[in-house]
Design a protein around this ligand. Structure first.
Ligand SMILES: [Zn+2]
Length: 219
């Protein structure tokens, strides 16, 4: 990590367990200590289980928390394959998006596709509600709801946050001449409806650098 940072690589880690998260942060700390601060926007993705002591280190070290919010819900992978094995203490330390934001961490967000849906609106729905769209029974119970984040914060993570780690924040920060025009047009303002309907939002139009690359059938 120290060598990559010195050679001006920007490192994307994928860390799921608490030890992996800590070792990734330790590696960035070592690089920052050896090379000084830089504008290399190192980031750690997934961040499933995290020790509470490591939460404030993201802001302190300038490491972006790159979250995949669709996982942060009760569903079979969580309830059958995770909770029975990691126990109650670590179960309560999963997907700490709220704690990260409160600690001043910068959030970016992604999908974990192809082992997950690529649809960011479903993930944003879970970031806010901590339950999957259409969940019923026990799965409708929010998973660690105090770790949910607001719709504005979730949208910012999936747009401005991801632009930031790609050094595209200046080019995408506004809708005005000279900017990139990487845009989607939605069929509603998701702030207008209840949080439980965020995932019903549909994309009508997608532009990449001003070129229309997707148009909904009904448009
Ligand atoms: Zn992942």
């Amino acid at each position: 990590m120290t060598r990559l940072d010195a050679e001006r690589f920007q490192v994307h880690f994928h860390a799921i367990g608490d030890r992996a998260v800590r070792e990734a942060l330790d590696a960035v700390q070592a690089a920052r200590a050896a090379n000084g601060r830089s504008d290399h926007r190192h980031h750690i993705a997934h961040l499933q289980v995290m020790h509470p002591d490591d939460v404030p280190r993201f802001a302190a070290l300038g490491v972006t928390a790159n979250v995949q919010a669709l996982w942060a819900a009760h569903e079979p992978q969580m309830d059958d394959l995770t909770i029975p094995f990691i126990g109650p203490e670590r179960t309560a330390r999963q997907y700490l998006f709220g704690d990260l934001l409160r600690s001043g961490a910068r959030l970016a967000a992604g999908s974990d596709w192809a082992v997950s849906s690529a649809n960011p609106l479903r993930a944003i729905h879970v970031a806010v509600n901590r339950a999957l769209p259409g969940a019923s029974g026990d799965e409708a119970e929010p998973f660690l709801p105090e770790q949910g984040i607001g719709l504005a914060e979730a949208l910012a993570a999936y747009t401005a946050g991801s632009a930031y780690v790609n050094h595209l924040d200046d080019e995408t920060a506004a809708i005005e001449p000279g900017k990139l025009a990487d845009l989607v047009v939605l069929d509603r303002d998701p702030f207008d409806g209840p949080p439980g309907e965020i995932a019903a939002t549909r994309v009508l139009l997608t532009c990449v650098e001003g070129e229309r690359v997707y148009t909904a059938d009904n448009l």
